[in-house]
Design a protein around this ligand. Structure first.
Ligand code: 5GP
Ligand code: ZN
Length: 137
């Protein structure tokens, strides 16, 4: 996709600081660096979001994320690491080409995600699960 910034990075039409690549993925430093060592793992073939991934891309993306995460851990010795992945603007996605954030974490680093739990009754969990199972085939 001509207009997609991550497709242009994959095609080496615009610069990026690459740390890893394989057949399906390219991992490079996020330009914003929430914390030092913040990496994005993107699929090479344009896919807008998680819903558009094929099996090979899905497997490769998480395999690369795990591999690069271990290298970030060894390089930066963070206290933790957050894996963040957004699909759709309502979820916070700003670049509409599938990618996984790997963010090294430290106590009090200011990164926050509000988590507004609803704690529904167990019957609700069963109802929600039935809906999902029915669509998994
Ligand atoms: P999203 O909000 O879609 O999950 O995250 C998009 C991320 O892409 C942001 O963290 C942003 O800093 C990063 N980003 C946007 N444009 C570029 C770019 O041209 N180069 C790099 N390396 N990162 C980018
Ligand atoms: Zn793209």
């Amino acid at each position: 996709m001509e207009s997609c910034v991550f497709c242009r990075i994959v095609a080496r039409q615009i610069p990026a600081t690459v740390v890893y690549e394989d057949e399906h993925t390219l991992a490079f430093m996020d330009i914003g660096q929430v914390n030092p060592g913040h990496v994005l793992v993107a699929v090479k073939q344009h896919a807008e979001n998680i819903f558009a991934l094929d099996e090979a891309q899905a497997a490769a993306a998480f395999r690369a994320a795990a591999r690069v995460s271990r290298a970030i851990r060894d390089a930066f010795a963070p206290q933790g690491l957050s894996v963040y992945q957004a699909n759709g603007s309502a979820a916070g996605q700003t670049v509409f080409h599938f990618h996984i954030h790997l963010v090294p974490r430290h106590e009090g680093d200011g990164m926050a995600l509000t988590w507004p739990v609803k704690n529904p009754p167990r019957e609700k969990l069963a109802e929600y699960a039935d809906k999902i199972r029915a669509r998994l085939g």
